[in-house]
Design a binder for this molecule. Sequence first.
Ligand code: GDP
Ligand code: IMO
Ligand code: MG
Length: 422
Amino acid sequence: MAEVTVVLGLNYGDEGKGKVSTFLADKCDIALRCTGGNNAGHTVIINGNKIVFHLIPSGIVNNGTDAVIGNGVVIDPKVLFEEIDVLKKHNVDLSKLHISTRAHLIFPYHIVEDNLQEKLKEDDKVGTTARGIGPCYMDKANRIGLRVIDMYSDSFEKKLRRNIKNKNKVFKLFDFDTLNEEEIVKDYLKYRDMMKPYVCDTVSYLHKAIEENKRIVCEGAQATGLDMDLGDYPMVTSSNPTIGGIQTGSGLGAKDITNVYGVCKAYASRVGEGPFITEQVNEIGDKIRELGHEYGATTKRPRRCGWMDLVALKYAVRVNGITGLALNHLDTIGKLGKTKLCVGYKLNNKIYDEYSDDIIGFENEVEPIYEEFETTFDIQGETDYKKLPKEAKKYIERIEKHLGVPIKFIGTGPDNENIIIR
Ligand code: GDP
Ligand code: IMO
Ligand code: MG
């Protein structure tokens, strides 16, 4: 039987999706990315070697695992080829990489637009990664986007020049520097040739793989809280990192999906602006950041840190149809001594133990209801659940009770081997 295992972020990103996906890909034939672009930064540590993936599914590092960049991903070719160079240095076989004909391309004007739009938002900035992601998806929705397949059409140069001219007019209007049309055209004609060996009708490729009983792992990017429809709009990314994005971003059908694993940390973090009900803007937040090395894998920004939020997680479990959880950084809370877990919200004297629209716009007024746990343990690198101290098990069981989903994987360190399978 074919198997499709989906790995999704349940919070605000950076839950350790890369680590869990590479681990699962070891037993899979194909590693797949379906959404987002190089706003993602997925850290993988294998045999002491650290690699940060932005576009290519991290499972490619396993011999024998093919990699697919699906149609829902937005590709900055410059970043793609930088990543390919890094992987070549790690002796990864790149002939296994397949890039969708339908994936949209990021152009330098998208990056300028990302900065311009943030500036125009004044006090309502999203704090984007400034990688041109939002503007690229905007052009896709506006039907002026250019896809990988379009590069091989006779009209590509004409359309690209038209887009650059139109964007430059807007940049001039807002006193932004205009872009050099000739340079962009030259670069993208070069990328067209460089990308050719990888280009593939990935929808057909994936369906053939299903017919051949292959095992596929889909590496989600971003997370539920950043979902354009189901997250904290407008403080979100411009795609659907939830389960729906996996289907529209790959062409896989609903019945093809076997398992949906949700990844979270034993605490919580967020980069960029937006609500974060359990955030700790104090020495506890600073301590979590230092112990968990919470600095952006893409932008190097310090991540905002706080406690795990079971109300938000329950919502994420529901909207994604999560069948199992991966809980990372259990080792990190073992260094904290005491850890709080948010089990409910209080707003206007009303208690909420599950997410409600009543909260929208009142996040700063919500009072989180916490339970406190003793967490003094050294479990670095542990791989046997039986050997976990009872305080650690108590924390895990409390989470499972609230969420109603089993925790199948437990992270006990940054290395790919630092994982407990239950
Ligand atoms: P992703 O974007 O979801 O793939 O996550 P990132 O790579 O951006 O951030 C996760 C960070 O946590 C990385 O630095 C990982 O190396 C690290 N990490 C993942 N799991 C664990 C764990 O169980 N323990 C510790 N200490 N670090 C972990
Ligand atoms: P991974 O896959 C954490 C955040 C940005 C910003 C918002 C919009 O590594 O978990 P964008 O550039 O997408 O328009 O920014 O989304 N963001 C992420 N935060 N991890 C990510 O990816 C993110 N991708 C985008 O910080 O708040
Ligand atoms: Mg990340």
